[in-house]
Design a protein around this ligand. Structure first.
Ligand code: ATP
Ligand code: MG
Length: 567
């Protein structure tokens, strides 16, 4: 009889097992979507612990806060709460914030305050750029890239002066400050570093990785074909650089795809626009992806809403047979830009379909919400004048009294209770505030909640609070936001010219990157994939063989011809 396999490696294929157990100091796993990279990374952590490595010496970096949360709960289930808690699991921003906070209080500026400082800086420099464009350019400069608008360079130092005057850091400074500290004071401080989505590291993040692992072991996994953050300075050839910076690097490739049906892969792989069959479908057959031509965005939205209703209602024969009980939360609707999400939301609402929009949390942008958050930020850091100024109008002459009243509770009470109490006292109400309270209820402390809101806006675009209402709801998100996720059924909407590739006003899209973005979207689907196109089809669709798709037309908002897709 075969020897019992250690738990960590159970269910892994041979290549995955090699990756999970590789003993080289630097290991890269380069593999396509759905090949089990993230699964292997978790298995490797578990394996390390099972073979005697102290959990406290393990650090895992994820791309979003949400991914960090999921990884932590999987490790908790596998290794127990104590071990999982001892590990460091988080985004670059979260890890850097924690590091700097050990040396003294760190105040991060929120997006809106940053915008107002940028507007002031632009005004003083006589630069005619919107605050958002200036901030984007400042971010590029901080990442070592040239600004898109050269005049931004004039306003840059003035913006920095303002940050310094308020003693706050923006998100880029957070990483830069931490990098500086790690490089000078504590290089090589991580014994075991594991990095997911390595292909999307910015240059600063890449340098952090090198510094962190100056003495320790690095396990980097990713997929250059899914590199979609070039506009932020990430470079698709990070793995090649890693080979140069880490002599002796061992590279392992995974080719078996466990996520998607062969029909979905047959459409997704050609969309990359180059030859090569680098993924082997492991799943049994399923329906071909459906391509739906729609007369417009409303018809598209109506089609998607009705198709979802049919899928979940069990009216679809195929789902009744093989995937009985497809629920709303098994379905994702993806789009290129947040703006498209509005029409889709409207249509889902009309059809009575529960949904949750991932990504930009609109309620956080609401003025009252921002002021409430600023008030609590001020309570935790009385030196934070920026937050004080933002909160002041909300409370007027009551400000000092409220600050004194809530101050003693801020560190102890549950964040949702604190916020709800303030809202009741000041007579503040509205759906945005309700959502804020709901989101806060997921956190144990006010500090944890506020940090998550701040970090979330930047990297995960604010996914806090999702869990509570996400069960039983269709997920709406951008293609960027869908990275790393998988769903039994995916609707990839707006696959039209002008959106994919995206003709952003004033900025030329990188066609290769846009192609990879489409590929990321297509490969999120496990069983069902529907592409909807309101207008002239995306030029990338030309690379998908006609016989890899089932064609449908949406007319007058009805999912016509749906029967055709069944067999
Ligand atoms: P992406 O590039 O999209 O992030 P990935 O390579 O990280 O994908 P995972 O999310 O880790 O892939 O895995 C994809 C799916 O395949 C998951 O549902 C996972 O549980 C499953 N899977 C991975 N490896 C195996 C395996 N050896 N046997 C069965 N299922 C597997
Ligand atoms: Mg993954």
């Amino acid at each position: 009889a075969a020897a019992p396999r250690p738990r960590a490696l159970f269910g892994l294929n041979e290549e995955q097992r090699a990756a999970a157990t590789a003993g080289e100091r630097t290991v890269a796993v380069i593999a396509g979507p759905g090949t089990g990279k993230t699964k292997t990374l978790v298995a490797r952590i578990q394996h390390l612990v099972e073979t005697g490595v102290k959990p406290g010496s393990i650090t895992a970096v994820t791309f979003t806060n949400k991914a960090a949360g999921e990884m932590r709960s999987r490790l908790e289930a596998a290794l127990g709460r104590k071990a999982a808690r001892a590990m460091t699991i988080g985004t670059f921003h979260a890890i850097c914030l924690r590091h700097l906070s050990r040396k003294g209080p760190v105040t991060l500026i929120d997006e809106f305050s940053a915008r107002s400082l940028a507007a002031e800086a632009a005004g003083e420099a006589g630069v005619e750029l919107s605050a958002a464009k200036l901030l984007a350019d400042i971010s590029r400069m901080k990442g070592g890239l040239a600004p898109e608008h050269p005049e931004a360079a004039k306003a840059y130092p003035l913006y920095q002066q303002r940050l310094a005057a308020h003693r706050v850091l923006d998100y880029d400074d957070l990483l830069l400050r931490a990098l500086e500290d790690y490089e000078t004071a504590v290089p090589g401080s991580f014994a075991h570093l594991l990095v997911d989505e390595f292909q999307d590291l910015s240059p600063v993040q890449y340098r952090l990785v090198l510094t962190w692992t100056a003495r320790g072991a690095l396990f980097a996994i990713g997929d250059p074909d899914q590199s979609i953050y070039g506009f932020r300075g990430s470079s698709a050839d990070g793995f090649r650089r890693l080979g140069e910076d880490k002599p002796g690097l061992r590279t392992i490739r995974l080719v078996k795809n466990y996520r998607s049906s062969p029909g979905i892969l047959a459409a997704a792989l050609p969309a990359l626009g180059r030859a090569g069959d680098h993924l082997q479908a492991q799943r049994p057959g399923g329906p071909k992806p459906v391509y739906v031509n729609c007369p417009g965005e409303l018809a598209e939205g109506v089609y998607v809403a009705k198709a979802i209703a049919a899928l979940v209602g069990g009216m679809d024969m195929l789902s009744a047979g093989t995937e009985a009980g497809l629920g709303f939360s098994d379905i994702a609707v993806l789009y290129r830009t947040h703006r498209q999400g509005e029409m889709l939301e409207y249509c889902l609402k009309t059809e009575g379909i529960p949904y949750v929009v991932s990504g930009r949390e609109d309620f956080l942008a609401e003025e009252t919400v921002r002021r409430v958050l600023a008030f609590f930020r001020y309570l935790l850091d009385r030196g934070d004048e920026l937050s004080r100024a933002l909160a002041q109008p909300l409370l007027g002459s009551d400000f000092e009294a409220r600050a004194a009243e809530y101050g003693p509770h801020a560190g102890k009470d549950r964040p949702d209770r604190l916020i709800a109490a303030l809202a009741a006292q000041q007579g503040l109400q509205g759906p945005a505030l309700d959502k804020l309270v709901q989101a806060a209820a997921l956190f144990r402390s006010l500090g944890e909640f506020l940090t998550n809101v701040l970090l979330g806006q930047e990297i995960d675009l604010g996914r806090s609070g999702q869990k509570s209402y996400a069960s039983g709801a269709v997920r709406l998100m951008t293609l960027h936001g869908s990275k790393g996720l998988e769903f039994p059924a995916v609707f990839l909407t707006g696959v039209r010219a002008g959106l994919i590739p995206y003709d952003a006003p004033g900025r030329a899209a990188d066609p290769q990157e846009e192609r990879r973005l489409l590929y990321v979207g297509l490969t999120r689907a496990k069983d069902r994939l529907t592409l909807t196109c309101p207008g002239e089809p995306s030029p990338f669709l030309g690379d998908i063989p006609k016989d890899a798709l089932t064609f449908e037309k949406a007319l007058a908002g009805r999912p016509e011809g749906r029967q055709l897709t069944l067999f």
